[in-house]
Ligand binder design. Structure first.
Ligand code: ADP
Ligand code: ASP
Ligand code: MG
Length: 411
């Protein structure tokens, strides 16, 4: 007997029929003698609909109130899922995040899970129930409802698997695993049988939304057995996230050089031009940005011949105007000639642990883009990733040509 946490995403609970289908799968696992905890997202489109409603009332919705209302999406699906399970003769009980007590910090709309009081769930499991838990939501220590950021149900699933010491966490979605790139963009993309945790972390952080990054961080920290599977197929092995020893060169040798390509249209570039080149400038620019809790991703600084420098960084598109407003206020003080924003950019990243033992990946990437006439605006690298910022309109082309150049469609 195993304890399994199964998380079902929006499409997988998108209609009563799909929920019935999910219930049949859970029943099969129960029939094998397993204990099952089910985590569900809101029905597909529902979270967007709720956010849209809030924006009709308030342009920048109050974060606490937004959490109160967007959390209702998952409250609907837990009830429906428990009913579907009962209809199959199973004992089932649903809980919201605050009923379980998934306790988070108070960072509304992007809260982090601090701990989970799993006793109630454990008791129900021992009493033979299938426990259905609302994804994406928690409660802070003062009792306010919080949410975990878009895609946060993945994190609920992995966090529950951690708290319950589950044998496996299965993420059921609308694709049958993790692919070399988003199969909706590149039909030739290939499913990976397994992917290392480090690569999955990079892919998620570079924009592959198949798993929310925090769920991957959790899985890595607590070594949760994590698998991505299709909710539309009866069986299928999906993709297993593996934990390998990065020092083990032998296992790296067998790895493909590049495992996947991620892309992200959600960032904007901010340029602070003609800044006097003296100590403390980076701090004077980024200090106020950090104080405003705006996350910065890539950063570059170019030395000009005239003793000034250009400072460029990227932030989430939603925060571009806020960041520009802050910089306009400090512009005179830091002596910058101009502050400019550009949200028509995209980031494309190639990821693979095999890069560690191969040289020339960057030059192959840059040559491939150059052959298509795609200009690179920014570059950032890590041991297992090369990311470039390009004009948004070339993003799809860049992903396709890189997928081909690195022969990812071949088995
Ligand atoms: P869910 O609602 O089940 O959480 P998501 O839409 O959040 O589903 O994530 C699944 C989607 O992620 C897929 O439909 C696919 O378009 C996208 N995706 C992006 N990159 C990848 C990738 N490398 N492999 C598989 N799917 C990917
Ligand atoms: N329903 C939430 C969202 O759309 C959480 C999730 O689906 O994981 O972001
Ligand atoms: Mg998702």
């Amino acid at each position: 007997m195993a304890l399994i946490v199964q998380k079902y995403g929006g499409t997988s609970v998108g209609s009563p029929d799909r929920i019935k289908n999910l219930a049949r799968r859970v029943a099969r696992f129960k029939a094998l003698g397993h204990q099952v905890v089910v985590v569900v997202s809101a029905m597909s489109g529902e979270t967007n609909r709720l956010i849209g409603l809030a924006r009709e009332i308030m342009q920048e919705p109050d974060p606490r109130e937004l959490d109160v209302m967007v959390a209702t999406g998952e409250q609907v699906t837990i009830g429906l899922t428990a009913m579907a399970l009962m209809e199959l003769g199973l004992k089932a009980k649903s809980y919201t995040g605050s009923q379980v007590r998934i306790v988070t910090d108070d960072a509304h709309t992007k809260a982090r899970i601090m701990y989970i009081d799993e006793e109630r769930i454990r008791k129900d499991l021992n009493d033979g129930y299938v426990v259905v838990v609302a994804g994406f939501q928690g409660v802070d220590e003062k009792g306010n409802i919080t949410t975990l950021g878009r895609g946060g149900s993945d994190t609920t699933g992995v966090a529950l698997a951690t708290a319950l010491k589950a044998d496996e966490c299965q993420i059921y979605t609308d694709v049958d695993g993790v692919y070399t790139t988003d199969p909706r963009l590149v039909p030739e993309a290939r499913r990976l049988k397994s992917i290392t945790f480090e690569e999955m972390l990079e892919l998620a952080s570079q924009g592959s939304k198949v798993l929310q990054i925090r769920s991957v961080e959790f899985a890595g920290k607590y070594k949760v057995k994590l698998r991505v599977l299709s909710s539309f197929e009866e069986d299928g092995e999906g993709t297993l996230i593996t934990f390998e020893d990065p020092e083990n060169k032998d296992s790296n040798m067998e790895q493909p050089i590049i495992s996947g390509i991620a892309f992200n249209r959600d960032e904007a570039k901010i340029m602070v031009l003609g800044v006097p080149d003296k100590p403390g400038i980076a701090y004077q620019i980024l200090g106020p940005i950090a104080d405003a809790k705006i996350d910065v991703d890539m950063i570059i600084q170019n030395m000009g011949a005239d003793g000034t420098t250009d400072f460029t960084f990227t932030v989430h598109k939603n925060e571009m105007f806020k960041a520009l407003g802050i910089l306009n206020q400090v512009q005179a003080h830091i002596g910058a000639r101009e502050v400019r924003g550009d949200d028509k950019i995209a980031k494309v990243s190639v990821v693979g642990v095999g890069m560690r033992s191969h040289v020339g990946i960057a030059s192959q990437m840059f040559r491939t883009l150059a052959e298509e006439g795609i200009n690179i605006q920014m570059i950032s690298t890590s041991e297992i990733k090369i990311a470039v910022v390009i004009d948004e309109k070339y993003m799809e082309l860049a992903v396709r040509v890189l997928h081909k150049a690195f022969e990812l469609e071949e088995a």
